[in-house]
Design a protein around this ligand. Structure first.
Ligand SMILES: *[C@@H]1O[C@H](CO)[C@@H](O)[C@H](O)[C@H]1NC(C)=O
Ligand SMILES: *[C@@H]1O[C@H](CO)[C@@H](O)[C@H](O)[C@H]1NC(C)=O
Length: 410
């Protein structure tokens, strides 16, 4: 009881407390499918779980990797201005022609399986295609992984790059991407930092020279003691390495976390940009802190360099400023925050945070209930704009006082 009181005081005292607003929600994702028998026959809605969102000016891009069979299109969009809690049909992006894999036709010039995308300042969508079919079922690398850049104004492909064999490993699965344009003079000479979750490792792409290289560190591997996840009454096991990525432009730092860990790490961008490490040399990685439980999504608030994260077991969104060690709980919901797959700070929405939560654990265990809301795209809205008091969402008797410990060194 004391704990709740303490938390409520904390939230009431803080003028910047926030609340969850559900933009779109679905029991299972629904697609505006073309009238083609092959697409219709193969579609398996209970296998379709999104992993990434990107917020455009008028659209929300939704990535749906081919974890299992039955995914119609791996990259999609929905309109942004929708009544709250709508369940819109997903439209294939840029068009169905790019998603022949959804009718069983594998062509490496097309999109195969996409986990996450990012828009740059020129409103171009950078898409990292893993090239891996049915990664949870039988992990079939059918095409080399590639980067595809689409101009979101014309929806045309404007750039592409296929990763050379030497930066890949037999298990390579590219899942997340950061665009670093801090030293860029155009929208092309950017650096990309890409997570290889099952390699495990990280790929760096230098947009100016079209070179790519691989960096690895022991901290990018899954920790065997943290491969079991608890969300509500569900547990599941997955030995996944580095997947959560966030970037502070001001500090020149990339934060990352494997899925199977309770720790958060950082590496300076100068070290990533320096090219392949000479043999035997180590990447200068720092242990930033320890979390109360594992999580996937990470983000940095560019206004104060606070790190946002979502510990699975606590079903919350928390913010932590490593320099001051200040902590805040931005949202808490055992119902709506089951498996937060993405947290996006959105410059195209006045710096509001957008979230994707998916109940991945239920899809993974093939126990998804089509009568529940399983997938939500949400926005964190500052509380003063909201009629409903945040206190309603705090009904759970247990809430940990501390999400993070600032442990320096190893
Ligand atoms: C793959 O798609 C490209 C672009 O549409 C096309 O030119 C090519 O012929 C296709 N390849 C195969 C094997 O169908
Ligand atoms: C942080 O440290 C305190 C005191 O050592 C400990 O009780 C708590 O469990 C730790 N929290 C995390 C998230 O590791």
């Amino acid at each position: 009881m004391q704990l709740i009181v303490l938390l409520l005081e904390l939230l009431c005292a803080s003028a910047t407390a926030e609340i969850l607003e559900t933009i779109a929600q679905w029991p299972l994702l629904d697609f505006a499918l073309p009238y083609e028998r092959e697409f219709l026959n193969r579609y398996r809605p209970e296998n379709v779980v999104p992993t990434g969102i990107e917020i455009g000016w008028d659209r929300i891009f939704v990535s749906v990797p081919r974890l299992r069979a039955g995914i119609p299109s791996t990259l999609n969009y929905i309109p942004r201005n929708l009544p709250l809690e709508s369940s819109p049909q997903l439209q294939a992006y840029p068009s169905w022609d790019w998603h022949a894999a959804g009718r069983g036709d594998l062509n490496c010039s097309m999109l195969i399986s996409v986990y996450r995308t990012k828009l740059d300042r020129c409103d171009r969508l950078w898409v990292v295609d893993s090239g891996v079919m049915t990664s949870i079922e039988d992990f079939r690398p059918v095409c080399p992984p590639k980067i595809m850049v689409f101009d979101s104004k014309t929806n045309e492909l404007v750039r592409q790059f296929t990763f050379p064999r030497e930066v890949l490993r037999p298990n390579t699965l590219l899942t997340n991407v950061i665009i670093d344009d801090t030293a860029a003079t155009t929208c092309d000479d950017v650096f990309l930092y890409i997570s290889d979750t099952t390699g495990p490792g990280m790929l760096v792409f230098d947009g100016a020279t079209e070179r790519s290289w691989r960096v690895v560190h022991a901290t990018m591997y899954p920790h065997p003691d943290f491969s079991t996840y608890r969300i509500g009454s569900d547990t599941f096991e997955l030995l996944d390495g580095v997947v959560g990525l966030a970037f502070s432009a001001r500090l020149g730092t990339v934060y990352y976390q494997p899925l199977a860990t309770d720790r958060l790490f950082s590496v300076p961008t100068t070290a990533l940009q320096a090219g392949p490490l000479p043999f035997g040399e180590q990447l200068p990685v720092t242990l930033v802190g320890k979390k109360s439980s594992q999580g996937l999504a990470l983000a940095v608030d560019p206004r104060d360099d606070a790190i946002l994260f979502s510990p699975f077991t606590e079903t919350a969104i928390a913010a932590w400023q490593p320099q001051t060690n200040q902590q805040r709980i931005l949202a808490y919901s055992p119902e709506k925050l089951q498996f937060t797959a993405e947290i996006r700070w959105t410059e195209r929405d006045d710096g509001n945070y957008w979230l994707l939560s998916t109940r991945f654990q239920k899809f993974f265990r093939q126990e998804v209930n089509a009568r529940d809301i399983n997938i939500r795209i949400m926005r964190l809205v500052p509380m003063q704009y909201q009629k409903h008091p945040i206190l309603n969402s705090f009904s759970q008797p247990y809430f940990p006082p501390q999400f993070y410990n600032n442990t320096i060194g190893f």
